[in-house]
Each structure stands twice: as C-alpha cells, then as structure tokens.
Write a protein that binds this ligand. Structure first.
Ligand code: 6PG
Length: 265
C-alpha cells in the first residue's frame, strides 16, 4: 500500500513499498491526467525526463492502457535532452522511443524531439521556437500568471545531488527567468551538452510529478521536501508549480530520511 503524505506547499508525497507498486500507481496517475486533459482541451501535452523514469512507464504499453489511453491526442516533449544524435545511447529521445513510444500508437508528428544537427545553443532556441508555435495554437496551454507554456504534465526524475531536468545545483541555468528553454555545456552528469526547460516553465505546469527511487537519493529528498533551512538552493526544492499540483512518487529507500514518512511518536 502507498502512504500518502499530507499535501502542503511541498506537494503530495506518495511512498511505495515496491517499484512495481510505484510503477502501477504512476501509470494510473498519467492515464487519469491524460483522460482529463483530452476531455477538457482535446490534447495531452506531456514532457518527459531521461534516466530511470522511463523504465517505470513500461506498463503504459500493456493492457488496459495500450487500448484505453487516447494516444492520438498525446503531444510528447522532453523536459531536458542530451545534445547527441537521436540514435545515440545517451539520447533521452531514444530511451523513450525504445521503452515506450515505439510500442504505443502515438502520432509521429506529435513527438517533439530536438534538432540533433546543431549546437546546444541552437537546439535550445529552436526547441523554444517550436514550443512558442504550439502555445500559439493552444496545443500546449498557456499559464494564466505568466506567458509560459502550461504543460498538462511534466515528469521529472532527480539525481543524488538534487538536480532535476538539467538544472544542477549552483548552475547559472537555475536562475534563468526569461528563456523557456536554455542550454548547458558543462553538465556534471555526462554527457556535458544539454538543453533544458527552465524553472519558470516547470513551475507553470498544471501537474508536475517527481519520480525518485533508491537510497542514494534519500538525503536530497529530505532536503527537497522536509522543513529545512529556507536558503537551501537545491533544484528539486525549487520545483513549486504556481497554479498546479506537485506529486512526489517515492519508494521506501528514497523516502528513508523524510520526516513525513516517519510514524508520529
Ligand atoms: C537526464 C535527466 C535527469 C534525470 C535525473 C535522474 O537526462 O539526465 O532528465 O534530470 O532525470 O538525473 O536520473 P536517474 O533516475 O537515472 O537517476
């Protein structure tokens, strides 16, 4: 059974006993949001991260989701991408294609991968240009409080250092306020060249889910969610959707240092 922590400004915390249980609840959550968005807007604009997250989405390729999800209405983006060829093992596009997108009937024209023939800087500005067009046509909604795109769902992972997307601790990209998509060429996690959504875009989404497993991330999860010093500049702690809903999908190991997961004395 999943424990649900109290919802507060740090979001709703869902802790799972096993990876299988986490994966089941995660795909249920995604399928529900997809149904709601398609009903309300006619589209489901979802942005994926890389890393271990994709392996937890495999159940979407199985019954009942492979038949019940309205795949033709999905528009698929990347929160961050490594600037490598699309067929490179480091490519987040390749990871999602092999693990999910090639196994469900998404529309190829609705899959927005980066241009892998240009520099990181150009790839970021082209990706932002594509986003601007889709916001104009309202395929991606627009935030009421800023001009940022309002994704129906942004899925994030988190590194042991507390990074999300390709927003790393103490990196200048963390404070980017004007661009929707920026680039870095010195990622501490290889490969070094990446593009990434900026915090204003992440925090404009209708729904953000941060999916984190494993004990190597327990300390960062504690710093990201618990009441700690307010000057803590961990990227994961800066994820605070202004008008949206934040949910943390954790396993017991990742949640092991979390105050909200400890039984009351
Ligand atoms: C990437 C990411 C990155 C990832 C975290 C967690 O492309 O590297 O999008 O933010 O989600 O590093 O990765 P793991 O789940 O594999 O640890």
């Amino acid at each position: 059974m999943a424990d649900s922590g109290r919802p507060d400004d740090r979001g709703e915390v869902r802790i799972h006993d096993s990876l299988d249980e986490l994966a089941t609840e995660l795909v249920d959550y995604i399928a529900e949001l997809s149904e709601m968005s398609v009903k309300e807007r006619g589209f489901f604009a979802i942005a994926l991260s890389g890393g271990s997250l994709i392996s937890l989405l495999g159940k979407l390729c199985e019954a009942p989701y492979n038949r019940t999800v309205d795949w033709a209405k999905w528009h698929i983006f990347w929160v961050d991408e490594r600037v490598v060829a699309k067929n490179h093992t480091d490519s987040n596009y390749k990871l999602a294609k092999d693990g999910l997108l090639s196994k469900v009937p998404v529309v190829p024209g609705h899959v927005y991968s980066i241009n892998d023939n240009v520099s990181a800087e150009e790839a970021a500005s082209e990706y932002e240009f594509v986003l601007r067009q889709l916001v104009r046509s309202r395929t991606v909604s627009v935030s009421e409080s800023s001009d940022c795109p309002k994704f129906d769902l942004i899925l994030l992972g988190m590194g042991p250092d507390g990074h999300v997307a390709s927003l790393f601790p103490h990196h200048a990209a963390l404070s980017e306020k004007d661009e929707w998509v920026t680039f870095i060429t010195d990622s501490p996690k290889p490969p070094p060249e990446r593009i990434t959504f900026t915090l204003p875009v992440i925090n404009s989404a209708s729904n953000v889910a941060v999916v984190v497993t494993g004990s190597s991330k327990a300390e960062a999860i504690h710093l990201a969610i618990d009441d700690v010093a307010s000057d803590c500049a961990l990227p994961a702690r800066m994820v605070r959707p202004a008008n949206g809903k934040l949910v943390w999908f954790l396993d017991r190991s990742a949640a092991s240092k979390l105050a909200v997961s400890q039984p009351d004395e």
